[in-house]
Write a protein that binds this ligand. Structure first.
Ligand SMILES: [Zn+2]
Length: 246
């Protein structure tokens, strides 16, 4: 009988003993630890998410999550914190979007996210190339020429550094298929391609297949019409491109 009572006593005193020890509990999954080494070595899905929070795809994912909550009708009084995000059941979907955006090196990330939220597309479509390209097509048509030209010149500078050339050689030396790809993905604006002397020269050298590919990406008819009708913009862009030697 005595042995039993001692055991019971030990059992009862156990929680109070634990309370006097420094708490070693994972803040994320609430798992408790007796040994410090095990606590430090512990890794769970949520802790991993926290550790990865400053990686570029994860930051974009968090930004998209915040934008999603701000745009939705959900009654979120406060901006969702990183903890809200880490614990969200949509975390993986938003991370996929972050990875997609980083993977394609998307232009205008914030605007792309806003576009997705406005379009009411299902989440699985957010990481589809054709959805992104449609956004680019739309952005090409609506953004200020100054911004479009600036982005194009930055892209040309990057190309120049990589190829040990100057950005003025961009349309002269780049392969037509690389140029078409950069135009289709919004890195080089149609304004720059059509209105620069070097761009126009490259345009005149495209094969019918290449012209067709470009047309499917940016709708050449639309741009022809635009160049004929938006005279003020056309002369501003042309003058600028001439000034910088393109
Ligand atoms: Zn944990």
């Amino acid at each position: 009988m005595a042995a039993v009572s001692v055991m019971t006593k030990q059992k009862k005193s156990k929680p109070s003993l634990a309370n006097t020890l420094p708490e070693m509990r994972c803040d994320f999954c609430k798992k408790e630890f007796k040994r410090e080494a095990a606590f430090i070595a512990h890794m769970c899905r949520y802790k991993k998410r926290f550790i990865d929070r400053d990686l570029q795809p994860n930051r974009i994912a968090h930004m998209a999550y915040v934008m999603f909550y701000k745009s939705s009708h959900m009654q979120y009084r406060k901006e969702p914190s990183i903890e809200n995000f880490i614990n969200s059941h949509s975390y993986e979907d938003f991370l996929k979007l972050g990875n997609f955006i980083v993977g394609i090196n998307a232009i205008a990330t914030k605007e792309y996210i806003a576009y997705l939220l406005k379009s009411n597309l299902p989440i699985r479509d957010w990481i589809k190339d054709d959805v992104y390209l449609k956004f680019v097509l739309n952005l090409n048509r609506t953004e200020d020429w100054q911004r479009a030209v600036e982005r194009s010149i930055i892209e040309m500078e990057k190309w120049a550094i990589k190829n040990d050339k100057t950005f003025r050689q961009f349309f002269i030396d780049i392969s037509p298929s690389d140029a078409i790809h950069l135009i289709a993905t919004g890195r080089i604006s149609p304004w720059v391609f059509f209105l620069s002397r070097t761009g126009a020269e490259l345009n005149s050298k495209l094969s019918p297949e290449q012209s067709d590919l470009l047309s499917r990406a940016i709708n050449i008819q639309f741009w022809r019409k635009r160049i004929l009708t938006e005279k003020k913009t056309v002369s501003a862009v042309s003058a600028f491109l001439q000034d910088v030697g393109l």
